[in-house]
Design a binder for this molecule. Structure first.
Ligand code: ASP
Ligand code: MG
Length: 274
């Protein structure tokens, strides 16, 4: 099994989604799980919507939801053309989930449900494109069925392993799975998440649970650089690091990776930008 994770910019538009679909169908298709972030800007927009709802500003929240819905409809039409019509009601169900929160004061649990909609939307879009436009088989694997936190709010490795085994069981002959990064359930079974940037962590947790031979984190920069390219000019990607070095860079703020996604220690070399 191989894990391929694509970040928000990698799925941030219809052309980018097409590229992702191409990459995940690369030759020698072995079994793979594709983990997606929300489309770029979506989680920030959802945080903003939750903030507006928390402030009791339902009209502003409604306007923001309508704006976001418009963007998804545009992307769906660009990506799926005529086939978009059949997917739009599914996308709209997620926007309806958001609209349902306009009526009552927002709870922290509601906020987590709101934040979960981004990854649910991006995976539906890509899955719709792959299966209807490309006509290729792909299984949409709901992360909420297997990604679990324990009572301390940390990933529950045993539950994730069992949950994934159960989720994959009906599909012994399928090669391509698409799932959501970031989102999970807490110990009570309520919707939660792995904190901002957590899709990398999802990919690592899935890879560890399945003892995958490889976890690929695709993103919009060509690797972990020797310095912060937003601050220092002329940085370059370091092609090979130890896991310790990669974890240290992530811990000290390299935005490219969620720090917990590289905590595994071992002889394996961490390769960047290959
Ligand atoms: N969508 C989530 C975020 O923006 C998770 C991720 O992209 O890794 O933080
Ligand atoms: Mg990220």
């Amino acid at each position: 099994m191989k894990i391929m994770k694509f970040g928000g910019t990698s799925v941030g538009s219809a052309p980018r989604m097409r590229e992702v679909a191409e990459l995940m169908h690369a030759p020698h298709l072995q079994r793979r799980i594709v983990v997606l972030s929300a489309m770029s800007g979506t989680t920030n927009a959802l945080v903003e919507i939750a903030g507006l709802l928390g402030d009791g500003d339902a009209p502003a929240a409604a306007a923001r939801i309508a704006f976001l819905r418009q963007r998804y409809h545009e992307v769906a039409r660009e990506l799926l053309a005529d086939a978009a019509e059949t997917l739009l009601p599914t996308l709209d169900a997620h926007f309806q989930t958001l609209l349902n929160f306009l009526a009552a004061p927002l709870t922290p649990a509601d906020e987590r449900i709101i934040l979960a909609q981004g990854e649910l939307l991006s995976t539906r879009l890509l899955h719709g494109y792959v299966t209807t436009v490309l006509g290729r088989p792909a299984v949409l694997l709901p992360a909420l069925d297997f990604m679990r936190l324990d009572a301390d709010g940390e990933p529950d490795a045993a539950a994730i392993r069992q949950g994934l085994a159960d989720a994959l069981l009906p599909y012994p002959n399928d090669a391509l799975f698409i799932t959501q990064g970031f989102i999970c359930r807490d110990v009570r079974g309520d919707i939660d998440n792995l904190r901002r940037g957590g899709s990398d962590y999802s990919a690592s947790l899935i890879g560890a649970a399945l003892e995958a031979e490889e976890i690929q984190i695709w993103t919009d920069i060509d690797g972990l650089h020797n310095n912060d390219p937003r601050v220092v000019p002329g940085t370059y990607p370091v092609r090979e690091l130890s896991f310790d070095e990669a974890a240290e860079l992530a811990y000290f703020g390299a935005k490219i990776l969620h720090p917990s996604s590289v905590l595994r220690r071992g002889p394996t070399v961490f390769r960047c930008g290959c």
